[in-house]
Each structure stands twice: as structure tokens, then as C-alpha cells.
Design a protein around this ligand. Structure first.
Ligand SMILES: NC(=O)c1ccc[n+]([C@@H]2O[C@H](COP(=O)([O-])OP(=O)(O)OC[C@H]3O[C@@H](n4cnc5c(N)ncnc54)[C@H](OP(=O)(O)O)[C@@H]3O)[C@@H](O)[C@H]2O)c1
Length: 366
């Protein structure tokens, strides 16, 4: 039994890989690279950064793949070998850029997902596919206002960017394939660092205004006080993925990995950030020509995520994840760890590996 993992060199995929190797799974990671040895070298760097023990490393290997190529860029022989050994799939790979052209975003997020589904079908024809977990995003909800349920997909919403649009298109493909295959789709909201160490390799979305705030560069914040900012830590997301992977095959459909009704309001988040960063609270302003958007093009991409009048329903998550203790912790519990790590990593300029962050977190200060 092997798990096929896409996106193992990315933020979420790494965290999933660490968990699979802590268990007893055999893992095949589809990794980009010029050839097999380059893909393996990239995977080895990830394993070093995760601090994976030598015995566990022997249970994972890289297969070079390119999700935008037909058949994932695999030879027919490779695809056949994989179909003979893989029983489970976790599809994490995606472009998470908010600024890609629609064709480029579609190539990875939609065609890449189609390629993974074709491989899943090939395994399914042998009767060997036990489970696939597809990682989507709660922001397939786009600009919807009000509650967004796990059963909702296209409900008349507009999308903020090509990322949201193409992740929704990918979900539609997964939904169709899920009529015949045992697939669960997990939709996380904005993913932050680990709740214990604060570690993250990605300083985007919420980290952007936090860094500006920490540097005293944020005179005001463009949002309404009651809007929700739904964020979750990466360990919660990875725990949910691995748990759903181990669920019986009859568990299907969509599960939200969100803070939902526990998500802080913008006002609460600003108060928490001001207290943790030791700065005065900037005022919240409702006008769209805001202070945050004027900082840079990058900031302008993230800004709409702080101006959201939406709550994610999480009925299925409460049914499938909560009984196993997999619940998003309240942000105020882990926010200090996020800020502490971000400051030590100089907001991404001197990032640590996950293993280094763990070692520092367990070493008492001198
Ligand atoms: N981060 C968030 O806040 C967030 C929130 C909600 C949902 N999600 C979802 O979570 C999943 C993982 O996101 P992430 O944050 O881990 O992203 P990430 O750190 O950018 O990692 C993306 C992964 O996808 C791989 N990939 C990209 N293009 C590829 C291609 N053409 N062929 C093969 N592999 C390719 C990357 O490989 P390379 O190393 O070769 O680039 C990398 O391993 C995505 O499905 C995303 O939509 C993320």
C-alpha cells in the first residue's frame, strides 16, 4: 500500500508528508525536476528540512512529474507501475498565486487535477483505490456573502482572482469523478504556520499586513469591524487530510477545514495583533482606496481577504473531524507563536526549516 502525494515540496504537502512518514505509510511523491535524480534531490532537501529519520526516509521516493503535462508527464510504464502500487492519493499540488493568468492557473489547478483524476481512475479500474483526498480552498466561495455550506460550489458567486476560479473548476471535475471514486475534498481557509512552533515557509496573505503593522507601516485597515477573518494553522489542515485519508471509502464529498463561527472578527483580530505586536490599534476604514492596497501590488491581492462578509458552515467537519479531536484552535491561542516565529524569521528573510524551528522551540532560552 502506497500513498501518492502531489505538492510534497510545498507548505501543506510537507506537513502531510511528515505525518505519513511518522505513521507506517509508503509514499510516492510526484515532484518536479529535470530528471529522476533532480526530483529525488528536491525531495531529500524537504526530508532534511522536516528532520525525517533515516529509517522513515526509506519509505518515500520521488517520481519526476509535471502536472501541466499530459498524463502528468509520466511515461505509460511509470503510470502503470504507480497504478499497481498506489492505493491512496493526496492531491495538494496547485498554484496558489493570486496573480496568474487564467490559462496558467488552469494548466496547473484544473488540468493538473484532471491528470491526477485520470491516474486515480486507472488505479480504480484495478479496484485498488481506497481513498483520494483532494485539497481545495474554502475560497471557492469567492465573493459570496452570508453562509457558505460544504455542499455549495457554484451558487452565483463572483471570484476575486484566477486562483479561486480555477480551484472551483477543479472541484467540479473532482465532484464528477467522485460519483465513481472514493474522493473527499478538503477546503481549508487561509493557512497559517504551525500552532505550536509558528513555523511556516510562506509569508503571504495575513502575514503581509501583520509585517506592515509590525513595522509601523499600517496607518489603517480596510475592512468593516464585524467582517470575519477565517484562518487555520497548517497542523490542523494536515491532521484533517491524514485523518480523512484513513476514513472508510464510503466517506465522500466536501469537508471544510475552517474556523467557521469561531473565526475572529476584523476588530478582534486587530486588537489581538496590536496587543501581541505591542503597537497601537490602527483604525478600520471602510473605503476601498485604502492604506493597505497602496503599499504594493502584492498587498492589493491580499486585501480583499480582510473584507469578507462570509462564514463557512462546517457541519461535516464537526461530524468527521471533531470526534477525532481535529478542531481548529482559537487564533488567540496560537497567534503569539505565529508572531514570535515570524519575527525570528524576519518575516521570511531568514526562514528556518521545520526541524530547526522545532529544535528552537524545545530549547529553553539561555
Ligand atoms: N496556503 C494557503 O493558505 C492555502 C489555503 C487554502 C487552500 N490551500 C490549498 O492547499 C494546497 C497546497 O498549497 P500550499 O500552500 O502548500 O502551496 P505551495 O506551498 O505553493 O506548494 C505548491 C506545491 O504544488 C507543486 N506544484 C506547483 N505546480 C506544479 C506542477 N506544475 N507540477 C507539479 N507540482 C506542482 C509545487 O511544487 P514546486 O516545489 O515544484 O513548485 C509545490 O509542491 C493547494 O491545493 C492550495 O490550493 C492553500
Amino acid at each position: 500500500m502506497s500513498v501518492l502525494l502531489t505538492g510534497a515540496t510545498g507548505f501543506v504537502g510537507m506537513e502531510v508528508l511528515a505525518r505519513l512518514l511518522e505513521g507506517d505509510e509508503e509514499v510516492v511523491a510526484l515532484v518536479r525536476g529535470g530528471d529522476e535524480s533532480e526530483a529525488q534531490a528536491r525531495l531529500d532537501t524537504v526530508l532534511d528540512g522536516l528532520g525525517v529519520e533515516p529509517a522513515a526516509r526509506s519509505r518515500v521516493r520521488a517520481v519526476v512529474a509535471e502536472l501541466t503535462s499530459p498524463g502528468l508527464g509520466l511515461t505509460d510504464a511509470d503510470a502503470d507501475t504507480l497504478a499497481g502500487e498506489v492505493t491512496e492519493i493526496v492531491h495538494c499540488a496547485a498554484s496558489v498565486s493570486f496573480a496568474q493568468s487564467l490559462p496558467d492557473a488552469r494548466a496547473i489547478n484544473v488540468l493538473g487535477t484532471r491528470g491526477v483524476l485520470e491516474l486515480a481512475q486507472r488505479i480504480g479500474q484495478r479496484g485498488a483505490l481506497r481513498r483520494m483526498v483532494h485539497v481545495s480552498t474554502a475560497y471557492v466561495a469567492g465573493r459570496h456573502r452570508g453562509r457558505f455550506a460544504e455542499r455549495d460550489l457554484y451558487i452565483g458567486q463572483e471570484f476575486r482572482n484566477t486562483y479561486e476560479q480555477t480551484k472551483a473548476e477543479a472541484e467540479a471535475l473532482v465532484d464528477a469523478a467522485g460519483q465513481d471514486l472514493p474522493i473527499v475534498t478538503l477546503r481549508p481557509s487561509i493557512i497559517m504556520g504551525e500552532s505550536d512552533t509558528g513555523w511556516t515557509p510562506a509569508f503571504n496573505v495575513l502575514y503581509w499586513p501583520l509585517r506592515a503593522f509590525d513595522r509601523g507601516l499600517l496607518p489603517s485597515i480596510p475592512t468593516k469591524p464585524g467582517n470575519r477573518v477565517d484562518v487555520v494553522p497548517v497542523d490542523f489542515v494536515a491532521d484533517a487530510i491524514v485523518h480523512l485519508l484513513r476514513e472508510p471509502s464510503d466517506v465522500r464529498g466536501v469537508v471544510h477545514a475552517t474556523a467557521s463561527d469561531a473565526a475572529p472578527t476584523a476588530q478582534e483580530l486587530v486588537a489581538l495583533a496590536a496587543q501581541t505586536l505591542g503597537r497601537d490599534r490602527p483604525p478600520l476604514v471602510e473605503d476601498s482606496d485604502d492604506s493597505l492596497g497602496r503599499h504594493s501590488e502584492e498587498a492589493a491581492q491580499y486585501m480583499p481577504y480582510f473584507d469578507m462578509e462570509m462564514i463557512f458552515d462546517d457541519e461535516r467537519a464537526r461530524e468527521l473531524l471533531s470526534p477525532a479531536g481535529i478542531v481548529a484552535p482559537p487564533l488567540h491561542d496560537y497567534f503569539p507563536a505565529l508572531v514570535d516565529y515570524a519575527r525570528r524569521a524576519r518575516w521570511g528573510k531568514t526562514a528556518l526549516t521545520r526541524a530547526q524551528a522545532r529544535a528552537q522551540a524545545t530549547t529553553p532560552a539561555a
